[in-house]
Design a protein around this ligand. Sequence first.
Ligand code: HGY
Ligand code: MN
Ligand code: MN
Length: 400
Amino acid sequence: MGFESMWQALAPVGLDAKTGGYNRFAWDDADLACREWFGSAAKDRSMSVVEDGNGNLFAWWGDPDAGDAVVTGSHLDSVPDGGAYDGPLGVVSAFAAVDMLRTRGVQPRRPIAVACFADEEGTRFGVACAGSRLLTGALPPDQALLMHDRGGLSLAEVLHTRARDPRRLGPDPELLGGIGCFVELHIEQGRSLVHSGVAIGVATQIWPHGRWRFEFRGRADHAGTTAMADRCDPMLTYAMTALAANKQARLSDARATFGRVEVSPNGTNAIPSRVQAWLDARGRDEHVVSDLVGAIHRQAAARARRDGTQVSLSAESVTGAVAFDVALRDRIVTALGGVPVLDTGAGHDAGVLQAAGVPAAMLFVRNPTGVSHSPEEFAEPADCLAGIEALAAVLTELAA
Ligand code: HGY
Ligand code: MN
Ligand code: MN
């Protein structure tokens, strides 16, 4: 099953035929189908699959206990109505690169594994890279067990429904200690490679980024009988906060997004009692991000005083800047004959492993439009093939 047939086998899983987007969230039916797909791809290659206590999957070529493994892979879960490539390109390309090494008769002297990390997007439970953070200890298991989805189900309850034992969640130092390095191939979520006119790039660092939940509380009332002067409408406070986020981000060349809003009671003819809104904020360094969130919070509080509403803020998932291992990065750039290096504002499991001390690197595959987290996300087949070739060259360089 080469790249194309693996890609086609995965393509219908979690697909929304109306939008062309993907909905594959932690432990839902689409996620389980992705896990089955992973298992059959591994089985077709006589690779043994290990699922750690956090739901991360590893397909092994060689003895996992030998240590110093070269691990590659990515994730299969998506954002709501996400694209086909963010995550899956890295996992499918990893299996295709293993095929390429075997076709070429490469005999790795280190174990190689294809990884599929659980819940990278954090769509269902709110914490990005939950699987890799649990594996490395960056996310404590008791905190993870309290996470709940929008239907109010806790991670613990969901794991039980999927015949997983929540008590197995948590760091796995033995598994992590056996990983010598991790290389993640990913579609570029931007247009740097388009501008440089090449198909493959290597990551230098991941920007600091995070998610904060704003809660705006006001007073529910009748939309038709309440004079404007008599209202405490949290929607107004939220709306001004979203505009302030836009302005502050532009002023500091950062990124601020409110992509998710929940209104209660969400009635057309009722002034809301509460608005919850999630801010995704990112910037080139950590004080830019903290200053940005601070400025937005101050402006929200000022507006709340005018509106007679209350605002509270809680951090849900915060990630510091991560610079990838320089020696590994340079070795990969050289092995690829000299390709551009670029930073990214997108978080990845590779960043979590690097932050935990596992030398990590990322290969980016050109994205003609730069669009991601959208059904429009796309990479040219020739560039996907270039990605597999590059990953095969990197695995050969590192493992053989
Ligand atoms: O949100 C991100 O940066 C990544 O797609 N999880
Ligand atoms: Mn993503
Ligand atoms: Mn991704």
